[in-house]
Ligand binder design. Structure first.
Ligand code: ADP
Ligand code: MG
Length: 678
């Protein structure tokens, strides 16, 4: 059933059609899929089971003369005592003064409104004389705007179902529906628009959520399959012997997780398909070594590797550690940043093009036009979310479809990973090297700041360094900066014998790098910063992370910040200053003090704050689902992904009649023509 114009519905003329179009409703199908965002519940409730602030409907008997009070000509409040069951409650009705004359002691009335448990009062938004009389006790509430009203939508819905419900097509094969005991599509839609009870509503929702997520995953999986088949890249001949040799000569044994992800990545590199893989692992989980092994293997096979990082200081740091690991094996590692200029740069580029440099590390300087590789086989980007899609694409075009590995220390909860990065493969390091000292984390109230500062001073006197992260002001970078400046001034005054550096988002990249380098070289003992403080920068001598207004940060972000310390041999500390008032804030602070696992924290974050916070709504790669909620429906998402993946790989899917509608959906979505997935 496609494309039946909305005007075919009785009672909808061209004018109403225009109003409905503003809501995105053009066809009958659109109307059927225009779902309520909530339901009004008119089921009678027993007052004893009602919570404070809940909206309820009750029947009662008028017990007192109503009293009326005017605040102005139009504003009035009617108060009347009502017996509901055996409780005497107060009903308050605003701006309907005429009711005073209509209400007599002993009258039976039906009230709907918010229940104030403490005052035993109902603030009635709906009022009716007589008993509850409704054809339906659960009424859908639709999002509307313009001239369209909720009542109208309800009316059109009734007519639409009378006229056209027999034309609704169920794309789900019968077998699938039976497997999960899903109701058919007509019943599900009917129940969503005209629910008889909450259980029916739940079943309807479950069915539609599965359908929605299955269709989403079908596009993903089909796209992934097509892409894989179409994106050939050179199969780089990896020598397992070389790899083993390299690993044996590392200063430490690899963790199981490091071994596993290394194998996953090497398998991709040696396959004829282009790798498109995300490597995620908590701060300190040892991603750099994994990168080194792969770069080594690629170089040994006669190819070049490139690594792109967001800042100069990170580039230098990576170049240093990779040099240390790779130089003993005669692998040539070079660094290219914007500070490499003139003749030195020219020389480097010539050697790169001649293939004399095996591995090039750098900032976005490595994707400038005149940077030419001889035989680029592997590209790694660290903290991939910091690069734009365009930059990453440019990097890829520098070779003959080189394999690409993205590394990130921001663990993405599984649920988001499978949806947001559905067309990417994911490797996860879920284990830290043995013997890591955990970072002692404390949560204190603001009035204990002085004690915290005294503690910091004690550490400074031992020769350690401290980060101080400044209050985050929502939506105002300017205020963030001002805060950092203020705190910097205070601390400079407080720590008289130490030097206090300042870092914030208003500084240029060069200035930030300079300050960070100054901290690394211990020219500053304290670094006051907004959240721009570099991800991944290694200052082993820093043992304290002090965070002001910690309740304003997400758990994942707090964990990232905490990960700046604990990189040396000394015990490190993270102090969260937070006057967390709400229960959720307190819960979050408590979780921080108890959990050191970044994945767990990001799952909590997802639960407490929703997916938007992870990437910013736009970048999340998640479509606007009508019904599904990836946080709460993650089990269904998981199932749908497996089902979709199995389907597109099966022969039956591409020929059996049962899948005809799903195939048609894919054809219409453009995925089969390799059009972009957006
Ligand atoms: P990240 O994943 O945050 O980039 P790094 O790669 O910087 O982590 O590793 C953090 C530290 O742990 C480095 O000093 C590194 O040498 C060390 N390391 C990595 N893997 C191991 C291991 N298997 N055993 C012991 N130390 C390790
Ligand atoms: Mg790292």
């Amino acid at each position: 059933m496609t494309g039946i114009n909305i005007t075919e519905i009785k009672g909808i003329g061209p004018e109403t059609a225009r109003d409905l179009e503003a809501l995105g409703i053009k066809t009958v199908e659109d109307l059927f899929e225009y779902l309520p965002y909530r339901y009004e519940n008119y089921e009678l409730r027993d007052l004893e089971t009602v919570k404070h602030d809940e909206k309820i409907t009750v029947e009662g008997k008028v017990h007192s003369e109503p009293s009326l009070r005017y605040f102005s000509k139009k504003k009035s409040r009617l108060t009347v005592r009502v017996f509901v069951d055996r409780f005497l409650v107060t009903a308050v009705i605003f701006n309907r003064p005429y009711l005073k004359k209509q209400l007599k002691i002993g009258d039976v009335i039906t009230l709907t409104g918010k229940w104030d448990q403490h005052r035993a009062t109902i603030a009635a938004t709906e009022f009716k004389k007589g008993r509850q009389q409704r054809s339906s006790l659960i009424e859908p509430v639709y999002p509307v705007k313009g001239k369209v009203t909720v009542k109208q939508v309800r009316k059109f819905m009734v007519t639409a179902f009378q006229q056209f419900s027999s034309l609704i097509i169920d794309p789900l094969p019968q077998a699938l529906r039976e497997r999960y005991r899903l109701v058919d599509r007509v019943s599900a839609l009917k129940a969503l628009h005209f629910p008889l009870n909450y259980n029916q509503l739940k079943q309807a929702r479950r069915r539609m959520v599965y359908e929605e997520l299955l269709l989403f995953q079908l596009r993903m999986q089909a796209f992934k399959m097509m892409k894989r088949e179409n994106e050939k890249s050179t199969a780089i001949p990896i020598s397992q012997e070389d790899v083993d040799y390299f690993v044996e000569h590392l200063p430490f044994p690899l963790t199981q997780a490091q071994k596993r992800v290394t194998n996953e990545i090497l398998a991709d590199i040696s396959s004829p398909f282009r790798m498109n893989r995300l490597l995620q692992g908590d701060v300190g989980s040892g991603k750099t070594v994994v990168a080194a092994i792969n770069l080594y293997a690629v170089a040994r096979a006669g190819f070049q590797g490139a690594m792109m990082v967001p800042t100069e200081i990170l580039a230098e740091q990576h170049a240093e550690s990779l040099q240390e690991l790779l130089a003993p094996h005669d692998i040539v590692v070079s660094l290219l940043t914007s500070s490499v200029k003139g003749k030195r740069r020219q020389e480097l580029l010539t050697r790169l093009e001649a293939g004399e440099i095996d591995i090039l590390i750098g900032t976005h300087a490595v994707i400038q036009e005149d940077v030419i590789f001889k035989r680029l086989g592997l590209v790694i980007t660290d903290e991939q979310h910091r690069f734009g899609v365009e930059q990453r694409r440019t990097l890829r075009t520098k070779g003959d479809n080189p394999d690409v590995l993205y590394m990130t220390a921001t663990p993405i909860p599984r649920t988001l990973a499978i949806s947001a990065f559905g067309d990417m493969d994911i490797s996860t390091i879920d284990e830290l090297p043995k013997g890591r000292k955990s970072i002692e984390t404390y949560w204190i109230k603001h009035d204990m700041l002085n004690r915290a500062l005294a503690f910091v001073e004690k550490e400074l006197k031992k020769g350690r360094q401290a980060y101080v992260i400044c209050p985050l002001i929502e939506e105002s970078e300017q205020l963030d900066v001002q805060n950092a400046i203020d705190v910097h001034a205070q601390l400079q005054h407080y720590f008289k014998n130490f030097r206090v550096g300042l870092m914030h988002g208003r500084l240029s990249a060069q200035e930030k790098d300079d300050i960070m380098a100054g901290f690394k070289e211990n020219r500053f003992q304290v670094l006051v910063s907004t959240t721009v403080v570099e991800v991944g920068v290694n200052v082993p001598n820093a043992t304290i992370m002090l965070i002001y207004d910690a309740q304003r940060f997400g758990l994942a972000q707090l964990h990232q910040l905490r990960g700046r310390v604990g990189r040396g041999d000394e015990q490190s500390y993270c102090i969260l200053i937070a006057d967390a008032k709400s229960e959720v804030s307190q819960e979050r602070m408590r979780i921080m003090t108890e959990t050191a696992d970044g994945f767990k924290l990001s799952e909590y974050d997802l639960e407490l704050r929703g997916p938007g916070d992870f990437f910013g709504q736009k970048q999340s790669g998640l479509p606007d689902f009508k019904l599904a909620d990836v946080v709460h429906d993650y089990r269904i998402l998981d199932t749908a992904r497996d089902d979709a993946s199995a389907m597109v790989r099966s022969k039956a899917f591409w020929k059996d009649d049962a899948y005809k509608h799903l195939r048609q959906f894919l054809a219409e979505s453009g995925v089969l023509n390799k059009e972009r997935l957006d």
